[in-house]
Design a protein around this ligand. Structure first.
Ligand SMILES: [Fe+2]
Ligand SMILES: [Fe+2]
Length: 259
């Protein structure tokens, strides 16, 4: 259940990859997620003792590098979609986007604030990273016709696989210390992830729903109304045309010169 979203996203990925506009937007979304994770992990890393702190900072820096890779990739796929931020990584728009993401990470709903214990946070990281690994592998396998998917995704996968490994190790160590408290924490993590997924699903339903309503209105109401008007409204339009004034009007120069 927890991997359902990534499985569906991976399976329908050719529909995204084959459209430069859709794919560039998807890559920008990936880039934003990587940046968010970078800031979130860096927050938690600061509270940890060495050597875990260094390990988490390495993870955070990997995510920042992935952010750059996805932006660069998006720019190569469709420069007209990414114009601005991706073209100028140190420019004001990029800085503004970074500040926006940093502000989001400071919100109470951010993982590092909702999941305060190390077990909960590392379990969340383990599940999120393994979901990312699944999605990237599906992207790589299904879109082998695309050279960049074939060559660039393995570069990211090496890092993501390491993130899965160390987060699982730390979560396991924490669990051994306090099994009962961690069991309760595990369900808190599941609840947090399912809530996030539900919000994403609602956003998707909203987008698809508004598209569906627009289509229904256009083809179900506006088009038939136009056809009916065209079939029966011709005579009336003709009458209106005949009734229109034919002499000079007040805004016409000829009207003023005559009067
Ligand atoms: Fe990443
Ligand atoms: Fe990662």
């Amino acid at each position: 259940m927890i991997y359902l979203r990534e499985t569906v996203a991976g399976l329908i990925s050719p529909w995204v990859v084959l459209s430069p506009t859709r794919f560039a937007r998807q890559l920008q979304q990936f880039a934003a997620t990587e940046l968010y994770t970078h800031y979130d992990i860096a927050e938690v890393a600061e509270r940890q003792p060495s050597p875990l702190r260094e390990e988490m900072h390495r993870h955070a820096n990997d995510e920042l590098r992935h952010h750059g890779i996805f932006l660069d990739w998006a720019r190569k796929v469709a420069p007209y979609v990414t114009a601005g931020a991706a073209d100028d990584p140190s420019g004001s728009r990029s800085r503004l986007e970074r500040e926006e993401v940093r502000a989001l990470v400071a919100q109470p709903a951010a993982p590092h604030r909702r999941l305060p214990t190390l077990f909960e946070y590392m379990t969340y990281i383990f599940l999120s990273e393994s979901r990312a690994v699944l999605q990237f592998k599906l992207y790589q396998w299904i879109n082998r016709y695309d050279r960049r998917c074939r060559e660039w995704i393995p570069r990211l996968l090496a890092d993501e696989t390491r993130h899965v490994g160390y987060s699982a190790r730390v979560a396991r160590e924490e669990f051994r210390r306090a099994p009962w408290t961690c069991t309760k924490g595990f369900f808190r993590v599941l609840g947090y992830i399912l809530r996030q997924d539900l919000l994403d699903l609602l956003r998707l339903v909203q987008i698809l729903g508004s598209g569906l309503v627009t289509g229904l209105l256009y083809y179900g109401v506006v088009t038939p109304y136009g056809l009916v008007k065209r079939a029966f409204g011709g005579v009336r339009r003709g009458r209106l045309r005949r009734a229109a004034p034919t002499g000079p009007v007040a805004l016409d120069d000829a009207f003023w010169s005559r009067s």
